[in-house]
Design a protein around this ligand. Structure first.
Ligand SMILES: Cc1ncc(COP(=O)(O)O)c(C=O)c1O
Length: 448
């Protein structure tokens, strides 16, 4: 109950709505849809100001791998804080960034042994695009400067990353600021016709890509893809065959392959790197989100010796002259190191096999619900689509699911008619079941 002196005090949410411009939000929608004030988090749970608990089914925008307020990651950051919080990475180095780079390189068996750091995902994508572009200049092929991306792909919202993003709502207002790119067919397995497999769809998409490469390879620097799952593109999943075919085409036509693993990397797909499902390595691989366990902004672009050697010269301007103030921040790197240690000591990838089965069981109801189609799962990502004829208002469906989900104690953010979960890797079988049941009740309320 409010005491008299509190009555005219604005709440945290009131203050936020007055002063904070929230991301990915039409602020006016908050007149009718809730903004949630979070006071603390523990494990897979977030706690509202009023004490309500919410199960974080989407790992706080796909970042949080080992739960909120994880004691091991907390401790690693505190420990680092007592040594050095930040130092510029140009002309200086420090233990956490070196150790993290060595460990990540080792995870690729040295295939991607040079690592360039930034802070957010979109910046890591910009780095990969710029490095590829610059490489071809250094290689005497300056005409190779166009990028290829996939229909329905998402790589971030800075201007370079947005140019290779094919999600209309994010591009609409900014089209005139964006460079021209080639957008090719997505291998989305939902496109399979009767009698076709996901592998067939992958082959058709690769055949279309080959036609473009055949005709335009002299002008193409790189193709950028999200391996196995186009996450922001409604969790469109596809066969690893596509990765193998694209790798082969890139080799044949001298085109770089950029694997954007910002969402699917760090164990989310079932292996540490999603590319491992296809047994290939790209020329550039970007990571962010889960790499710091959802603690601190950190992103990176890994690349090969061939790319690195091309920039190695006596000429300053031949270097990769790209910088961010917080590049390789020691606190963020120490959080990332704690995450890698958790992966190793707690056998996370092995245990996630059981956790993804728990998820499957928790959402078994959706496999047989006639209002649902395209039930799909890749590692710790599970998604399904609500058939459009059952949606009263497709535009507000995600917001209604979000709002009703809060009443059921779950944090979900459907994309269009796709409901998905992408929980932290600490979820118990009971929590998974709780999540499945709460989302089922939420859907019933929204479709009623
Ligand atoms: C595949 C992919 N690439 C890039 C980004 C952009 O990352 P950030 O939001 O940190 O800029 C995202 C974000 O969702 C993503 O899913």
């Amino acid at each position: 109950m409010k005491v008299i002196s509190d009555l005219n005090q604005p709440t945290l949410v009131d203050r936020s709505l007055a002063a904070v411009w929230h991301p990915c939000t039409q602020m006016k929608h908050h007149e009718s849809f809730p903004l949630i004030g979070i006071k603390k988090g523990k494990g897979a749970w977030l706690y509202e100001e009023n004490g309500n608990a919410l199960l974080d089914c989407i790992s706080s925008w796909w970042t949080n791998l080992f739960g909120h307020s994880n004691p091991r990651i907390n401790q690693a950051i505190i420990h680092q804080l007592e040594k050095i919080e930040h130092v510029m990475l140009a002309g200086f180095t420090h233990e956490p960034v070196v150790e993290l780079s060595e460990k990540l390189a080792a995870l690729t068996n040295g295939n991607l042994g040079h690592i360039f750091y930034a802070s957010d995902g979109a910046s890591a994508v910009e780095i990969a695009l710029k490095m590829s572009h610059h490489f071809w200049q250094l290689d005497g092929k300056p005409q190779k400067k166009k990028f290829v991306c996939l229909e329905n792909g998402y790589h971030g919202e800075t201007l370079g990353a947005l140019a290779v993003t094919d999600v209309a709502i994010f591009r609409e207002a900014y089209g005139s600021l964006l460079q021209d790119v080639y957008t090719v067919a997505s291998p989305d397995a939902r496109k399979a016709k009767v009698g076709e497999s996901a592998k067939d769809v992958a082959k058709h998409a690769a055949a279309k890509l080959e036609k473009l490469f055949e005709k335009e390879h002299q002008h193409i620097a790189a193709i950028i893809i999200e391996p196995l799952v186009q996450c922001a593109g409604q969790m469109a999943m596809y066969s690893p065959e596509y990765l193998r075919l694209v790798r082969d085409l890139c080799n044949r036509y001298e085109i770089h392959l950029i694997a954007d693993e910002i969402a699917v990397g760090c164990g989310r797909s079932g292996k540490f790197f999603a590319c491992e499902h296809a047994g290939i390595w790209p020329d550039f691989l970007t990571l962010s989100k889960g790499i710091s366990g959802g603690y601190l902004p950190l992103s990176l672009c890994m690349t090969t010796n061939t790319i690195y050697r091309a920039f190695y010269s006596d000429q300053t301007q031949q270097g990769f002259l790209h910088s961010h103030s917080y590049t390789g921040n020691p606190l963020a790197c120490s959080a990332a190191l704690a995450c890698l240690e958790i992966f190793e000591t707690e056998k996370v990838l092995e245990k996630n096999i059981g956790r993804s089965r728990d998820l499957e069981n928790a959402f078994a109801w959706a496999k047989t619900d006639p209002r649902i189609e395209y039930w799909r799962q890749q590692g710790m990502i599970l998604a399904f689509d609500v058939k459009s004829q059952h949606l009263k208002n497709p535009n507000s469906f995600p917001r209604e699911m979000f709002a009703k989900g809060l009443e059921e104690g779950v944090l979900i953010r459907p994309i269009g008619n796709t409901i998905y979960v992408m929980p932290p890797f600490i979820l118990s079988a009971e929590e998974a079941m709780q999540m499945g049941k709460a989302i089922q009740r939420t859907l019933e309320k929204v479709l009623a």
